[in-house]
Design a protein around this ligand. Structure first.
Ligand code: NAD
Length: 495
C-alpha cells in the first residue's frame, strides 16, 4: 500500500495518471503498485501509422534543431532525477544509488546526442574519374522500435531514443511488462520537453505497453525500419528471425556470460572490489554482471577466502534503504532460476557459499560463491541472479580459451599489473567479447563507448562512439561536374 501510494505521488507530480489491465508489482515487497493498458491490435496499428507520419516531418527538421529537443529532455530529466530514480528502485528493485545512476546515464546520453546532432558527418571520397567527386550522406532511417528489458527499465530506452531522435527518426517504445510505470513516467517527462520545444511533430516518441505478443506484433510491422531489442538471447533469436525475413535492421543487445581473470600479478584489493561489485551489485541482474571468475593458482586460496568473507557480510535488503548494496530479484521465477542453477552445480560437486533465500517479503537472496570442479554445467549459461562461479587456472592462454568457450560474448576483464598479460588479453587472440576491460570489473560501462557484444549477445552496438550510424541510412553519391561521361574501371560503351 505504501509503495503504491509512493508511485501515485511520483506519477501525479509528473502530471500523468494511468491504469489498465496489466498490473505492475514491486519486487521490493511483491505489492501491486499500479497498472497500464495492454495495447490492442488497433493501438499497435495506430502507433505505427503515427510514427510514420511523425518521421516524415521530423526527418526534414535540421539535425541541430532536433538536438534541441533532446537537450530540453535532458534538462527535464535533471529536474526530476530523484523522483524517477525512486520509481526505478521501486519498480525494478535496484538500490537507490543505482536508480540515480541509471537516470544520470539518461542525462549523459542526452548530452552526447546533443553534440552529435552537429556531427552526423559523412565522408568525401576521391573519385577515379576526372571531373567527378564522391561523398557519403547519412539520412534518417524511419520509425525505430525500442524493446527494453526490466533490469535497465529507462536507461536503455534513452540510449536508443536520444540517438534515434537526433538522427531524425521517430520512436516507439515497448517497455518490459515487468516495469511499465517507469516508462509512463519517462514519457511524461519527455512530453514536457516536447511542449517546451514547441513544434515537434505529434507522436515523435510513443510508448506501447504489453508483453511479448505486443513486442512481436511491432517487430513484424513493415513500417518499423529498425528494431533495437534488449533482453534474453531467446527473445533475440525470435526477433532476429522475424526482422531478417523482412530485411529490417536490428540492434540486438542480448544475454551475457561474463568472466574475469584474476592474475597472480593483480592488485588483489582492487580486484576484490571489482569482482564483488560486478558479480553481486544489482543482485547479479545486469547483462554485464560477472558470472565466472578464473583465479590464478598461486593466489586462489587467499583470494577466494577474501571473496567469501566480503560476500558473507554484504548488506542485502530493502533497496530504498541506502545502507543496502543489493536489493531483491525481480520475481519468483528469477529465484527459481537461481535455485535450479545452484542445485545443478551442487550435483556436479561444487562447493557453495551463500545463496540462501532470506526471510523477507520479496525474492531476497544471499549472494552465492560457487567453486566449480570443472568448467561446465550451469556455468555455461546466463542465470540472472547473484551467482559467481569460481575456477582455478594456471596458464593464461587456457583461462582465455575457457572464458571464450561460452555462447555469449558481452563483457570481460583481466586484473593484472603485468602489461604483457593485459595486452595479450586485449589482443586479437584474447577476449572475444564486445567489452574487454583491464583492472575494472565487467559491469558499469560509460555511455561514451559503443556498447554491445558478440556471438549470442547479438552483435549490436548502441550508445557512444559511432553507434549512431545504425540509426541512419548511408547514401553514396557520385557527382559528375565535367562534360564527359567516363565509366568506372575504364569500361568503354561508345555508341
Ligand atoms: P526478456 O527477454 O524476457 O524480455 C525483454 C523484452 O523483450 C521485454 O520487453 C519483452 O516483452 C520482450 N519480448 C520477449 N519476447 C519477445 C518476442 N518474441 N518478440 C518481441 N518482444 C519480445 O528479458 P528480461 O528478463 O526482461 O531481461 C533480462 C535479459 O536481458 C537478460 O538476458 C539480460 O542479459 C538481457 N539484457 C541485455 C542487455 C544488453 O545490453 N546486452 C541489457 C539489459 C538486459
Amino acid at each position: 500500500m505504501k509503495l503504491a501510494a509512493d508511485v501515485e505521488t511520483i506519477l501525479t507530480h509528473l502530471g500523468t495518471q494511468i491504469s489498465g489491465d496489466m498490473a505492475s508489482y514491486s519486487p521490493v515487497d511483491g505489492s501491486n503498485i499500479g497498472s497500464v493498458p495492454t495495447a490492442s491490435a488497433s493501438d499497435i496499428d495506430a502507433a505505427c501509422a503515427n510514427a510514420t507520419a511523425a518521421f516524415h516531418s521530423w526527418r526534414a527538421v535540421p539535425a541541430p534543431r532536433r538536438g534541441e529537443l533532446v537537450r530540453l529532455f535532458g534538462n527535464a530529466l535533471r529536474e526530476d532525477k530523484e523522483k524517477l530514480a525512486r520509481l526505478v528502485t521501486i519498480e525494478c528493485g535496484k538500490p537507490l544509488s543505482e536508480g540515480m545512476g541509471e537516470v544520470q546515464e539518461m542525462i549523459d546520453i542526452c548530452d552526447f546526442a546533443v553534440g552529435l546532432s552537429r556531427q552526423l558527418h559523412g565522408l568525401t571520397i576521391a573519385s577515379e574519374r576526372p571531373g567527378h567527386r564522391m561523398m557519403e550522406q547519412w539520412h534518417p532511417l524511419g520509425p525505430v522500435l525500442v524493446i527494453s528489458a526490466f533490469n535497465f527499465p529507462v536507461a536503455v530506452w534513452a540510449w536508443n531514443a536520444a540517438l534515434a531522435l537526433v538522427c531524425g527518426n521517430s520512436v516507439i517504445w515497448k517497455p518490459s511488462e515487468k516495469t511499465p510505470l517507469t516508462a509512463v513516467a519517462v514519457q511524461a517527462i519527455f512530453e514536457r520537453a516536447v511542449t517546451a520545444f514547441g513544434d515537434a511533430p505529434a507522436h515523435v516518441s510513443q510508448v506501447v505497453h504489453g508483453g511479448r505478443d505486443v513486442g512481436a506484433a511491432l517487430v513484424a510491422d513493415p513500417r518499423i525500419a529498425l528494431i533495437s531489442a534488449t533482453g534474453s538471447t531467446q527473445m533475440g533469436r525470435k526477433v532476429g528471425q522475424v526482422a531478417a525475413a523482412r530485411f529490417a535492421k536490428t540492434i540486438l543487445e542480448l544475454g551475457g556470460n561474463n568472466a574475469a581473470i584474476i592474475s597472480d600479478k593483480a592488485d588483489l584489493a582492487l580486484a576484490l572490489r571489482g569482482v564483488l561489485f560486478s558479480a553481486f551489485g544489482t543482485s547479479g541482474q545486469r547483462c554485464t554482471s560477472l558470472r565466472r571468475v578464473f583465479v590464478h593458482d598461486a593466489i586462489y586460496d587467499n583470494f577466494v577466502e577474501a571473496l567469501k568473507a566480503a560476500s558473507t557480510s554484504m548488506a542485502v535488503g530493502d533497496p530504498l534503504d541506502g545502507g543496502n548494496l543489493a536489493g531483491p530479484l525481480i520475481d519468483e521465477a528469477a529465484y527459481d532460476g537461481m535455485r535450479i542453477a545452484l542445485d545443478e552445480a551442487r550435483a556436479l560437486g561444487a562447493n557453495i557459499t551463500g545463496g540462501a533465500r532470506m526471510d523477507m517479503k520479496g525474492a531476497y537472496v544471499r549472494p552465492a560463491l560457487v567453486e566449480m570442479p570443472t568448467h561446465n554445467g550451469p556455468a555455461l549459461r546466463e542465470t540472472f541472479a547473484p551467482i559467481l562461479y569460481i575456477f582455478r587456472y594456471h596458464d593464461l592462454a587456457h583461462a582465455i580459451t575457457l572464458q571464450n568457450s561460452v555462447g555469449a560474448g558481452l563483457s570481460s576483464s583481466i586484473f593484472s599489473t603485468d602489461v604483457r598479460e593485459c595486452e595479450r588479453f586485449l589482443s586479437a587472440e584474447g577476449s572475444d567479447c564486445g567489452i574487454a576491460n583491464v583492472n575494472i570489473g565487467t559491469s558499469g560501462a560509460e555511455i561514451g563507448g559503443a556498447f554491445g557484444g558478440e556471438k549470442e549477445t547479438g552483435g549490436g552496438r548502441e550508445s557512444g562512439s559511432d553507434a549512431w550510424k545504425a540509426y541512419m541510412r548511408r547514401v553514396t553519391n557520385t557527382i559528375n561536374y565535367s562534360n564527359e561521361l567516363p565509366l568506372a574501371q575504364g569500361v568503354t560503351f561508345d555508341l
